[in-house]
Design a protein around this ligand. Structure first.
Ligand SMILES: Cc1ncc(COP(=O)(O)O)c(C=O)c1O
Length: 404
């Protein structure tokens, strides 16, 4: 199947908007949304049949398809609503004592950093926040930054790190970091929010203790849907956040029935993964993303007189790239304009206004005291989407300059 323009018909995205922000929420294609709607109809037309017969069957089929896709044994895997739920599930299943240490870093996603901070606030856990400077020169130097922190702060009970970061679009060398954690007797928990569908994932092979991620971002499952993989030695520790009928039953019985929760999104896993393969899978998506993002980032950086984030090729996210915006001291500039960069709500409203004004769906990220445009690429993106995005950014910057 040809990617680009013909794919726009397969999604529900508003055609008047150049949407270059797949990474934030991951829109699902029409065929997957149709499947979800079909499940809602099945559920509503016969709730008894749904909860007694179909629900467990669909859960099992979804789990099997998910396990195959991420290289997991189904017995080491549970499905959850999203990665935020998954990471919280693991953190709250481990019992922390005052003085225990959890390591995170300056690239950790805000919601996940909060889940760790909660352990600090309520359980007296110490947080070791590792500062990872940009540019990153190579994977080994990157891993060494963590080694030094382990030496300084050992023993560390848990290390939470990303597979692909959100704000910096960096692929972490997860196998090396999982190995390092083992060396120091530390449990590793990987936030793989962006990894399934964007990289060839084999969770059993990484050597981590826990791995949680989303299926709705890059592999077309209806929102929201994620998973937790755990190494078999930890199966006894894992408990769902919500205790329900499955209490003390095998793990997947505990996770598949969380009261009368609506699992219609979760059950679209088989259809979504089928779509992923139908359009050519990782290989086709990768070559399409390379093509459109390569041109788009060069063109935006040239127009702005800036550059892309400087990271080694092996650590570049396959479908996301960052280009710096020419705003010095953005935190101060934005505070002055009434939209402080640390106010998620105000920033989201500002971005929504930008979308309405310029017809561009995009996310800006503040990182390393700089403001960046984060471009995502997916099956439906065309070179023209990024021309519209670039022009919108240029117009907005001109308006900002003329106002100040
Ligand atoms: C790195 C990372 N972790 C966690 C999340 C949270 O994902 P969700 O809100 O789907 O749980 C995101 C969302 O963008 C993310 O980028």
């Amino acid at each position: 199947m040809e990617l680009g323009e013909p794919m726009k018909e397969k999604f529900l995205l508003d055609k008047s908007i150049a949407f270059v922000n797949h990474g934030s929420y991951g829109p699902a294609p029409k065929c997957v949304i149709d499947q979800k709607i079909k499940y809602i109809y099945e559920q509503e037309s016969s709730p008894d049949d749904w909860f007694r017969v179909k629900h467990p069957k669909y859960y099992e089929e979804s789990l099997a398809a998910a396990a195959k896709f991420i290289g997991a044994k189904p017995e080491n895997l549970v499905l959850v609503d999203n990665v935020t739920t998954g990471i919280n599930t693991v953190i709250k299943s481990l019992s922390f004592e005052p003085g225990d240490k959890i390591m995170v870093n300056s690239h950790t996603y805000g919601a996940i950093a909060n889940a760790v901070k909660e352990q600090h606030d309520f359980k007296g856990v110490e947080i070791v926040n590792v500062e990872i400077p940009i540019p990153v020169k190579c994977e080994d130097e990157f891993v060494d930054v963590f080694r030094k922190e382990y030496e300084k702060h050992k023993p560390i009970k848990l290390h939470v790190f990303d597979h692909i970061t959100s704000a910096s679009a960096l692929v972490f060398p997860v196998k090396k970091l999982a190995k390092l954690a083992k060396e120091y007797g530390t449990l590793s928990l990987i936030d793989g929010a962006h990894a399934p569908g964007q990289v060839d994932l084999n969770v059993e092979d990484i050597g981590a203790d826990f791995y949680s991620a989303n299926f709705h971002k890059w592999c077309y499952v209806a929102r929201s849907c994620g998973f937790v993989w755990f190494s078999p030695d930890h199966a006894v520790k894992i408990r769902p956040l919500v205790t329900s009928h499955g209490y003390k039953q095998p793990l997947n019985d505990q996770f598949n029935y969380s009261g009368t929760r609506d699992c219609s999104s979760m059950f679209t896993i088989p259809r979504a993964l089928q779509f992923y393969e139908e359009i050519g899978g990782l290989k086709a998506l990768q070559s399409h993303a390379d093509k459109v993002l390569g041109t788009a980032c060069k063109s935006l950086a040239a127009a702005l007189g800036t550059g892309e984030m400087d990271v080694p090729d092996s650590m570049k996210a396959p479908f996301m790239r960052l280009v710096r915006l020419p705003i010095d001291q953005p935190a101060q500039a934005f505070a002055k304009s009434g939209v402080p960069l640390n106010s998620r709500t105000k920033m989201n409203l500002k971005l929504a206004e930008f979308t309405r004004k310029h017809g561009v769906g995009i996310v800006l990220v503040y990182f390393n005291d700089k403001l960046w445009a984060r471009y995502s690429a997916n099956a439906y993106n065309t070179e023209n989407d990024y021309v519209v995005a670039r022009n919108g950014i240029l117009r907005e910057l001109q308006e900002m300059a003329s106002r100040s």
